[in-house]
Structures are given as C-alpha cells and as structure tokens.
Design a protein around this ligand. Structure first.
Ligand code: SF4
Ligand code: SF4
Length: 381
C-alpha cells in the first residue's frame, strides 16, 4: 500500500474541483425523497452532512446526527449498477428505408463517472458484476465502456448498519482493493479530516492535485480502530458454512412455503441488490411502422414473464420464485461464477416491505436440516 495522506474536511471540495477538471461527473450520496441515494454531485455541499440512517427488516429511516459527518450512514436503496448498466437502456433503433431497413446502433460516448463514497461491499459487488458482464462468452459492451471510464473513490465504513453482514461473507467493512482512492472519515471534538489511501496510479494523480499532508501513525491507527469498530457491530450474521449444499439439498423444504406466505413477489429485493443482473428486452415500433427500437430493461426472478417459456411460466408460484432467488444468490451462483452472489450489504432485508430476511431464512432451513451432513458434503466438493 502506498503512503497514506490526510485531507482536512475544509479541503474536501478540492477533490470535486480536481475531478471536474479531469472531466469526471461526480456521482455520490445525497438526500432525496427521504433517503440517501446516489446522484450527480456538484460540490461537497450536496453530501448529506449530519445525517444518518436507521435500518432494520422493512425499515429505513433518516435521522439527524449530533455531528457534521458527511459519510455517517451506510448503503441506501440505490446501487452503482444503475450508472453502469442502467435499468432501462436502448440497444438499437431501426429505420425503414424503402423495402429495406437500417439498424442504427447506440454509439453515444460513455459517461466518465467518478463514484464517490463506494463501500467495501459495493466494491465487491462491482467485481461480481464485472465477472458476469465481462468474463462470459457475451460481453456487455456498454457496461464495459462505462466501467473502464469510471473512477472508484471508496469510503471505509466506520459504523455498520442494522442489516449489514459483510463480515460474514468477507466483503468488508475495510475495502482492501478495487478502488482508486479510499477515504476514512474521522471526526474529533475539534477536528474533521480524512485518511486517504491510494489504490491506483489514477488515484495518485488525483492526490497530486489536492492539499494533503502525509498521515501520522496516530491518524492511520485511528482510522483502523474505527473500521474495526464497524466490524464488531454488524447488524446481522450469516452462517455461510456449507450454505451451497444446504440450499441445494433442501429444494422441497417446508420453509419455502412459509416464506411464500409472507412474500408479496414485489421484486424489491432484486431491484435493490447490487449483484442481481437479470434483464429482458422489449421491442417497440411507432404507429407508421417506419421506426423501431429495442430496449433492455431490468427484470427479476419474481416476475412471471421472466421465466415464461413456451406455454407458460416455469416459476409461477411465489415459493418457486423466492427459492430460485435465494438458491441462486447463495448457492448456484457459486457453481456458475465460483463465488457467492451476496456481498452482505443488507439492502434486500431493509427494503423488503414485509421484512423477509435472508439470514433468518437460511438459519431456519439450517436448524431443521442435518448440518453435519451438509458441512461434510461441502468439504467433499
Ligand atoms: S442478496 Fe441482499 S444482502 Fe446480499 S448483496 Fe443482494 S441485497 Fe445485499
Ligand atoms: S422477499 Fe420481500 S422484497 Fe423480495 S419479493 Fe418477497 S416481499 Fe418483495
């Protein structure tokens, strides 16, 4: 790791100046409609100074803090995927030309985003989406261009949310890599500053334009202490031991009926999840038949159309939809991509209107199954 530096709170706006000077559009946390969401920021004044969030199953509430922290909350309903793979995007247009037609591809230059305030679980989610979109046989070229142009400025979590469980899935709270810069915010009685780590040459170039000084050992130790504090105060826990086999071997467990009785099939959990990637395509034409467009739209395993094959949906029941979501996320994702699809961000728990909690669901199945046989078979894999 390169030498860490300290950026005083009063000099933070210099970061915006440098980023904007290099042509970046800064996207980061801001207050909107009763939540902290990600949107374009023009200066540090757009950050949610002095706000925090309270989160629990089905609960999200903003609260005033007693200090002026800028990053004193955890993740909200938005994820960075909406900027890298927008929920709706046009793939191409077609225009009639006599008896023929011409395809017009989307050739817009990719936006150059600087993402400010990316948490460790979200950096892991970006890596998971990279794998899905960039490493298969079919690359998502629009994602690829946006991702290549993006700068990642992480923020180390110094407090954990009520639904966070990144420690259980080894994705946080400390961001170890995957960022250009990472800030740890420190508020003391008479001082407010950031300890800044550099992850890439691009990050180092940004630092060159800022008013910083080398971090003292005590400042780095203070940052470490605060991140350790977050690690010890996770709102949730998930026992991942043997979880792949636990779910795969319990396809017919009664708990799927129990959860289906509560689940509204609303798809919120998939919309807020930073790793869910399913989409569908829709073709539209104008009334004259001269112009057609193909759109990609975010979809979910909770919609009937998503699993529609010839003759009907293969996952028509809520039971089968929830089972598909949870089993894919925590089990068959490992078969498909060699890693779990869950980064422990807790969004699906917070934003479920009926407070369904995947950590509880897994535990309920585990308690009524033979754990030993599951762990044993996990070791044999
Ligand atoms: S499954 Fe839930 S906790 Fe895991 S990454 Fe998705 S939203 Fe976050
Ligand atoms: S688990 Fe919750 S968020 Fe997900 S579809 Fe069911 S009711 Fe909606």
């Amino acid at each position: 790791m390169s030498e860490q530096v300290v950026l005083e709170r009063n000099d933070l706006n210099g970061l915006f100046t440098v980023l904007q000077g290099q042509g970046y559009t800064v996207i980061g946390p801001t207050l909107q409609d009763g939540a902290i969401v990600y949107d374009e920021l023009t200066s540090d004044k757009d950050l949610p100074e002095g706000w925090t969030d309270e989160q629990d199953g089905g609960i999200y509430r903003l609260k005033k803090r007693s200090d002026k922290a800028l990053f004193g909350y955890v993740v909200g309903p938005y994820t960075w995927k909406r900027f890298l793979d927008p929920p709706e995007k046009r793939l191409w247009q077609a225009k009639r030309e006599g008896n023929d037609f011409r395809i017009i591809p989307e050739n817009e230059p990719p936006p150059k985003y600087a993402f400010l305030g990316v948490r460790s679980c979200e950096i892991h989610a970006l890596a998971i989406q990279d794998r899905v979109f960039l490493e298969g046989d079919y690359r998502n070229t629009s994602y690829e261009k946006r991702r290549e142009a993006a700068l990642i400025i992480g923020v180390q979590c110094v407090q954990a949310g009520g639904t966070c469980f990144c420690v259980s899935v080894n994705t946080g709270p400390r961001a170890e890599s995957g960022f250009d810069l990472a800030l740890t915010e420190i508020l003391e009685e008479d001082r407010h500053y950031f300890v800044v780590e550099t992850g890439t040459d691009q990050g180092a170039k940004i630092i060159d334009g800022l008013k910083v000084q080398p971090a003292k050992e005590t400042e780095v130790a203070e940052a470490d202490n605060r991140i350790s504090h977050a690690a010890k105060n996770m709102g949730r826990k998930l026992n991942t031991e043997g979880v792949r086999d636990l779910l795969v071997q319990n396809h017919d467990h009664a708990r799927w009926d129990e959860v289906a009785n509560r689940c509204l099939s609303c798809a919120n959990c998939t919309m807020v999840c930073p790793t869910c990637f399913c989409s569908t395509v829709e073709d539209v034409t104008d009334i004259t038949g001269e112009h057609a467009e193909r759109w990609q739209k975010q979809d979910s395993c909770f919609t009937m159309d998503f699993s529609y094959l010839h003759g009907g949906s293969v996952r028509a029941s809520t039971r089968s939809q929830y089972r598909q979501w949870l089993t894919h996320k925590l089990a068959t994702w490992i078969d498909q991509f060699d890693e779990s699809g869950c980064t422990g961000c807790g969004r699906c728990i917070t934003w479920c209107p009926v407070a369904i909690d995947l950590t509880e669901e897994v535990e309920a199945i585990r308690k009524s199954s033979s754990l030993e046989s599951v762990v044993q078979s996990d070791k044999e894999r």
